[in-house]
Structure formats: structure tokens, C-alpha cells
Design a protein around this ligand. Structure first.
Ligand code: RAT
Ligand code: ZN
Length: 422
């Protein structure tokens, strides 16, 4: 170490300050959201009624209200939002992570956080112009870009891409494969109706034809990666349509376009269908599937998030074995400060800075404000502690090194993964 670096080496509270500064001056890349670029029109959700009816809050509503799901689904969007606001924010203290998030968003726009109704917030959001509002929101969230989730078999979304959509420097596309890989039986005829000669049992020329479909969408969308969410029962290898499509279509296509495949593993779909989107749960997965994929396909790059807390340690172990595996995010039920802290500490201890700590999973634009604020708040003491331990053990760190590490975690690891040559 040069004399100069020794002089600028930090200790104690200076480390904490340098971490806070690095976290606040780094524009993060939000690598997985359900937000949409403005040219995809009404698909993009924003504003107070969408925030309050987020499915994480719908799940909480039914714990505190006598309203049944059937009664709830009959209400208008505003009726639903009014009921949730009254139940979770007026009659109860909004102490859960998702309710506190709405409070943080209101506060960010200087809107009242304890009013008995949503009228002032509604007036405020109605007065925003979307494109300008997106820029303000990204600034408040400290993100430069967000990655979308784009399913070519979504009947509302696909025609918009086919007609041609304006690109956005703020939003990157991702080819989402859930319908193809998880619901082939319900969708093979949709491909057929679009002129692809596929069969339900993947016979004849089906594999080449699905590949032609995927290639068409990669050329149209230019996705930064492909992605699929998978059940806790996901196995690889296995005799199934999903695995054949994965092995013979998707992985070769990822190699051809030189993009990673994101696997989000561990959903127990629709354990309570009555509450719709809020009705999915979690199950521990067998991560030997990840082991087999990473070993059998060394030329593919995998972004992997697992939903069960019990799978997190194993995922880190596999990442130590396979350099083509990049763990990312604290997904869905894991995105609570207590779990984020535990998982992120474990990842740093086992993987150094070779992972992506978080994504927002935002479905409603303004959620990125609270989700990224919470991430920074949890990360600050955790990173400060990591660098303090390092200094205590004999390797002091500088402000510049801390900044470089934060940029790596929240930007560069992703940029390098999606485009290794840059
Ligand atoms: O977090 C969520 O909103 C979930 O409903 C899922 O969308 C999940 O993130 C996914 O991408 O499948
Ligand atoms: Zn998601």
C-alpha cells in the first residue's frame, strides 16, 4: 500500500460516513421490476390507488378486515384503495414493511401520512405528467435505470411490442418465459395461432419452431436477459416439457444472444386462489437443479434468486462452486430488513462483493422510492461493519475503495453479467 493510501485510510465513524456517502451518491440499477416504459402505456402502474392496492397490502387487508375476498374483488379500484387505507392505515398503525412503504412514499412527496382519506394524495398524483414524474421518482429512489418484465405471451403486452414501442434509456426489457415454460399446455396453441408449427408434446419440428418464436422476440425486444419464476418443486434434469424447452430452446438461445438466464425459484403458486396475485406462497426448493444447470451449461450465465430463506446458504455455496452463477436480490417475502440483513451478511462473508444485493420488484412506480431507501438503510451499517472488521484485521480502506465496492454491488456486477465485453 502506498503512503498516500495509508493516509487516506478510514477508521470508525469515518467508515460509516464514507459508506453512507457512497450509497447515496451511487445511482443503482434496479435489475428486476414489474414497471413498464411509458410507450407500453397503461401497463405501467403508478399513483396512490395502485400503491395502496399492491398485492402485498391486499394480503394484509384480509388479516385485519371482515371483508371477504369475493366482496373485495367487486369493488372499484378506488373503493379497494379506500378500504385498505381505512383498515391498514387509519384503524391500525401501518407498522408492516409494505404499509410503512406507502407512508414513506407519501412523505417523499410531502403528502399527509395520517389523513383519514386519500383525497389530497389523489389530487397530487392526478396533477403529475408521467414522463417527468418518472424522472422525479427515479431521482428520489437513487436509481438510473429499471429492468422490466416483458412476457411475449401476455395478451395485453404482446400486441404493443408487435406494433412497435419507443425505446427508453430508463427501462430495459427482459424476456419473461413463465407462460412458455410453466404453462405450455395452455399456450402452445397461441404459438400455433401465430404461425409457429408447434405440437403440445413438442413432437415434429416443435423445438425449432419455439426457438424461432424466441429468436423473433429477442430481436424485437432486445432483452438484457431472459427470466422465469419456478416452483419449489423445480427439478433439473427431469422428463418434462419445461426441462426440454429449457435445455433445447432457452439455454441455446441465451448462448446465441449472449445474455444470462434468470431463475427465480421457490414459488408455491396459488395456495389461496381466492386472493389472486396475493395467493402465492413459498417452499424450500432442491437446489441440486441449480448445481446441474451450472455444471452442464458452463457457457450459460445464470442470475439466481431463491424465495425460501432456508435455501439461501446453499445458494451461496453453489455460487462458490460455479462462477457462472450470480445470486441476486432478496425476493418478495424475503424483502424485510431482518431477512435482508441476514442474507446480505451471509453473502458478503461467503462471496465477497460478487453478488447483487437487491432488486426492488416494484409493481407500482413510486414503490422504488421506499424499497431503495430501505435497502440503503439496511446496507449502511452492514457495509460499515464489513469494512471496519477488515480495517481491524489489518487492511484499512479508503473512501474511493468503498465507493468502488458499492458501485460494483449495485451497478457493475449487473452490467458485466449482461454484457461481459463492455
Ligand atoms: O413480488 C412480486 O410481486 C411477485 O408477485 C412476483 O411478481 C415475483 O416477483 C415474480 O417476478 O414472479
Ligand atoms: Zn418479480
Amino acid at each position: 500500500m502506498t503512503q498516500n493510501t495509508v493516509e487516506s485510510a478510514l477508521a470508525g465513524t469515518d467508515i460509516r460516513q464514507a459508506v453512507e456517502d457512497a450509497l447515496h451518491t451511487t445511482q443503482f440499477i434496479d435489475i428486476h421490476t414489474h414497471l413498464f416504459k411509458p410507450s407500453l402505456g397503461a401497463l405501467g402502474l403508478w399513483g396512490i390507488d395502485e400503491l395502496v392496492t399492491y398485492h402485498y397490502l391486499e394480503a394484509e387487508l384480509f388479516r385485519s378486515s371482515k371483508t371477504t375476498p369475493d366482496e373485495y374483488w367487486k369493488l372499484t379500484k378506488q373503493g379497494k384503495a379506500d378500504l385498505i387505507w381505512r383498515t391498514l392505515f387509519v384503524e391500525n398503525l401501518p407498522v408492516s414493511e409494505s404499509t410503512r412503504g406507502v407512508v414513506a412514499v407519501l412523505k417523499a412527496f410531502d403528502l399527509p401520512t395520517n389523513s383519514t382519506d386519500l383525497s389530497e394524495a389523489r389530487r397530487f398524483f392526478a396533477g403529475q405528467k408521467l414522463e417527468q414524474h418518472i424522472q422525479n421518482v427515479f431521482k428520489l429512489a437513487g436509481i438510473s435505470e429499471a429492468v422490466m418484465t416483458n412476457d411475449p405471451l401476455d395478451p395485453e403486452e404482446a400486441p404493443l411490442w408487435e406494433q412497435g414501442t419507443a425505446d427508453s434509456t430508463l427501462f430495459h426489457p427482459v424476456l419473461r418465459l413463465d407462460r412458455i415454460l410453466n404453462k405450455w399446455a395452455e399456450h402452445w396453441q397461441v404459438l400455433q395461432s401465430k404461425g409457429y408449427k408447434v405440437e403440445r408434446d413438442l413432437s415434429n419440428n416443435s423445438i425449432a419452431e419455439v426457438r424461432r418464436f424466441v429468436d423473433h422476440w429477442c430481436e424485437l425486444m432486445k432483452p438484457v436477459y431472459m427470466a422465469v419464476s419456478l416452483p419449489d418443486t423445480f427439478q433439473y434434469p427431469e422428463e418434462s416439457t419445461r426441462v426440454r424447452l429449457l435445455r433445447e430452446v432457452i439455454l441455446p438461445a441465451c448462448r446465441h444472444f449472449n445474455i444470462p438466464l434468470s431463475l427465480m425459484i421457490g414459488v408455491r403458486y396459488q395456495v389461496n386462489p381466492a386472493i389472486k396475485l396475493a395467493g402465492d406462497a413459498v417452499g424450500k426448493a432442491d437446489l441440486r437443479a441449480v448445481e446441474h444447470l451450472c455444471r452442464d451449461f458452463p457457457e450459460n450465465r445464470f442470475l439466481i434468486s431463491v424465495l425460501s430463506r432456508e435455501n439461501q446458504h446453499e445458494l451461496c455455496v453453489y455460487a462458490r462452486k460455479f462462477a457462472n452463477l450470480l445470486p441476486f436480490g432478496c425476493w418478495w417475502f424475503l424483502n424485510n430488513p431482518s431477512v435482508v440483513e441476514e442474507m446480505t451478511r451471509e453473502r458478503m462473508e461467503m462471496l465477497g462483493s460478487t453478488f447483487i444485493p437487491q432488486h426492488s420488484d416494484a409493481r407500482v412506480l413510486e414503490q422504488v422510492i421506499y424499497k431503495w431507501r430501505n435497502t440503503r438503510r439496511t446496507m449502511a451499517p452492514l457495509l460499515a461493519n464489513t469494512y471496519s472488521l477488515l480495517a481491524e484485521d489489518g487492511r484499512p480502506v479508503t473512501r474511493e475503495e468503498i465507493k468502488t465496492d458499492v458501485v460494483r454491488l449495485f451497478r457493475k456486477n449487473f452490467q458485466d453479467w449482461i454484457s461481459p465485453s463492455r
